[in-house]
Design a protein around this ligand. Structure first.
Ligand code: HEC
Length: 415
């Protein structure tokens, strides 16, 4: 127990220490000028799901998945450390935490507040709410080395209100000593260079032959000093040592197509000074309706002609289950730590490995665990349906089990 706690503390510390640098950058930046009216206004689309619990970094690319819809809108005023950011996207199947798998869920996230209410408490971290033009992560010593060094055009931290199908996930009671009137979690957002292959999700090390490892923070590909991706990470306060990073809940999504947009008309940015007096309910209502409007606008931009939208809905209703997109992530999350390269069950032919398509089909010496076209007689299905496997944790959800059965029934294709 003690070790678990320490690791959590370490990670929080690394995350927190990143902002010290942001503060100093901010101080030098103020000399730049007074262009407070413009600020930075961006919209990211082409949402990409970066892993899911328990591996929300997915440095090996497994579990990285392009979503059909989704946007992230960023309006930041770095001069005054104020702004408003919001995002909405849908996940078809997503393991949110140890106990929850979301199915066809709409996620809405709002970031209303930046900077610090209490300078004495973690002042360095919170005072510099919004940073511009800095290196983060990797071996910079700024932010945790959970990804390689990146170049950020703008980066920030703040409370994040998270809604799943309109229901808010409750956050912590206080934010740095002040009551958390918004029930927010915490979020980190940056508009930065993308250390990840946008197609495969793979985050290479310097030689490109293995994934980047947090244990070797200096081993990364050269950094392009050009931002291209909005990266969003929202986490709980609670620590979970089974997860990487070690939080009980962590949402991690990228937005790959980023364009400049107009400022928001008639929106007053919130500051900590206003926090005690603000009418929380009406503020949240206003933000949510702003997200609704933007979602409608983005939908219109993305698919101007109706027939296309209908056609894509039809094909989504078809039964094409993809091994790479649907099945592998389940094995990766729930099985590979036993049935994998460093498995406790041994390598093929004696032990079953579920880390690659080839190994899944190979099975073990005892059985071909997957019989293409015949889920009912496949050992793997029998073990899942009886709850014998996974040998650790909850049984797979009914949806996950059905998905695997459907894939086997379709002939267990390598698709
Ligand atoms: C905590 C470790 C652990 C986890 C997690 C786990 N297994 Fe196993 N599994 C084992 C052990 C141990 C065996 C028995 C040794 C063997 O058969 O390789 C086994 C056996 C199996 C077998 C029978 C293999 C054979 O041919 O005899 C199947 C099929 C299987 N597991 C599927 C799964 C699936 C699917 C998952 C994930 C949903 C999973 N297991 C998760 C440990 C685990």
């Amino acid at each position: 127990m003690e070790k678990k706690y320490l690791r959590g503390l370490f990670i929080s510390f690394v995350l927190l220490s990143g902002i010290v640098f942001i503060v100093s950058t901010r101080l030098t930046d103020t000399a730049k000028g007074q262009d407070t009216e413009n600020g930075i206004h961006l919209r990211g689309t082409m949402a990409q799901q970066i892993g899911e619990y328990p591996d929300t970094m997915a440095l090996d690319g497994v579990g990285v998945k392009n979503l059909d819809d989704g946007f992230f809108e960023l309006h930041l005023d770095p001069e005054n450390d104020t702004g408003l950011m919001f995002s909405r996207f849908s996940v078809d199947q997503y393991r949110l935490d140890a106990d929850t798998v979301l199915n066809d869920a709409e996620i809405t996230i709002i970031f209303p507040l930046f900077g610090s209410p209490v300078p004495e408490a973690l002042a360095d971290y919170w005072q510099g709410g919004i940073a511009e033009d800095i290196f983060l992560h990797g071996d910079t010593g700024q932010e945790a080395p959970i990804i390689p060094k990146v170049w950020s055009e703008v980066a920030t931290w703040g409370p994040a209100l998270v809604f799943i199908d309109g229901q808010q996930i409750t956050g912590v009671e206080q934010i740095l000593g002040v009551p958390n009137r918004f029930d927010a979690l915490f979020g980190h957002v940056m508009y930065s260079s993308n250390p990840r292959d946008a197609q495969t999700g793979f985050v290479p090390n310097a030689s490109g032959d293995a994934p980047f490892s947090p244990a070797r923070p200096a081993d990364y590909q050269p950094v392009v000093q050009e931002a291209s991706v909005i990266n969003m990470l929202v986490r709980s306060e609670e620590i979970d040592d089974n997860a990487f990073p070690a939080f009980s809940l962590l949402l991690h999504f990228d937005f790959l197509d980023v364009v400049p947009i107009e400022p928001l008309p008639d929106v007053e940015y919130l500051t900590y000074d206003m926090l005690e007096t603000v009418d929380v309910e009406s503020a949240v209502t206003q933000w949510l309706s702003l997200v609704d409007d933007t979602a409608a606008l983005v939908a219109e931009i993305e698919s101007p002609d109706e027939p296309d939208a209908v056609a894509s809905n039809d094909s989504a209703a078809g039964t094409t289950v993809s091994f790479a997109e649907d099945i592998q992530p389940i094995f990766q999350t729930r099985c590979v730590f036993c049935h994998g390269p460093e498995s406790i069950v041994g390598s093929p032919p004696n032990g079953l490995q579920l880390d690659t398509y080839e190994n899944v089909i190979l099975g073990s010496s005892f059985l071909p665990d997957v019989i293409p076209g015949d889920p009912d007689n496949s050992t793997l299905m029998i073990m899942l349906r009886t709850g014998t496997m996974p040998a650790l944790g909850d049984p797979l959800s009914e949806d996950e089990i059905n998905l695997i059965a459907e894939w086997i029934r379709a002939g267990a294709p390598n698709n």
